[in-house]
Design a protein around this ligand. Structure first.
Ligand code: DX5
Ligand code: ZN
Length: 218
């Protein structure tokens, strides 16, 4: 099944509650939350108080937390208590991939690993059976509104082929620069969880979600 995960990095903070409810009511029930620490990426986003706000505004939505942080093992229990359903950390930031995955599962959350555009898919082969999701970055992490990097399409195909080899149905999420223009090729390449930030929140979030969902249902 294909899933849309609106990234609230591009949300208008003046209308946060209203925009969250709009995307949820339009059919997007997985909210992508980008956490940046200013070290792993050259930007800082938001933290626990904002997550609490999302949880209060949309108690039934699921939260897909994308940690762009150094030492992602820290605060694991905190994310779980805040209501995260899924934690994705960067392969480039974690020393012990298996240890991280186990720590996430121990808190009852699903575990994903993210790969920056230059990181090969082979770097996660050792833990592929333990993962619930693989996140292929289609921009350099750190900022919303960047242009989609086509190299991601080959990586999605390669990841899907590798999963097939292992007989796994693991989710492939793609994040960065996805629009209504390129979403079809991203899906065709084999991704099934689509993150979109600026293409949803820059204007009329509810209408944008409805348009995206038409492509996801095809
Ligand atoms: C980038 C973040 C993305 C970002 C996507 O580092 O991980 O989730 O918000 O935004 P768009 O869809 O605008 O590229
Ligand atoms: Zn993200």
């Amino acid at each position: 099944m294909n899933t849309l995960a609106p990234s609230m990095l591009s949300i208008d903070f003046n209308h946060m509650e209203e925009n969250l409810k709009e995307v949820y009511e339009a059919g997007a029930s997985l909210i992508h939350v980008d956490i940046m620490d200013g070290t792993f990426v050259p930007n800082i986003s938001f933290g626990p108080p904002v997550i609490k706000f999302v949880k209060r505004a949309l108690p039934d939505a699921r939260m897909d937390v994308h940690l762009m942080v150094q030492e992602p093992i820290r605060l694991m229990q905190r994310w779980a208590k805040l209501g995260a359903d899924m934690i994705t950390f960067h392969a480039e930031a974690a020393v012990d991939l298996k240890g991280m995955i186990d720590a996430i599962h121990a808190e009852g959350m699903k575990a994903g690993v993210a790969l920056k555009p230059a990181t090969p898919v082979s770097s996660i082969e050792d833990v592929i059976k333990d993962l619930d999701m693989i996140l292929i970055m289609s921009v350099e992490p750190g900022f919303g509104g960047q242009k989609f990097m086509p190299v991601a399409l080959d990586k999605i195909r390669e990841t899907r082929a590798l999963l097939d080899e292992y007989g796994l149905k693991t989710d492939i999420e793609v994040d960065g620069g996805i629009t209504l223009e390129n979403i079809d090729e991203v899906l065709e390449a084999g991704a099934n969880v689509i993150v979109a930030g600026s293409a949803i929140f820059d204007n009329n979030p509810g209408d944008n979600v409805r348009e995206f969902l038409k492509h996801l249902k095809r």
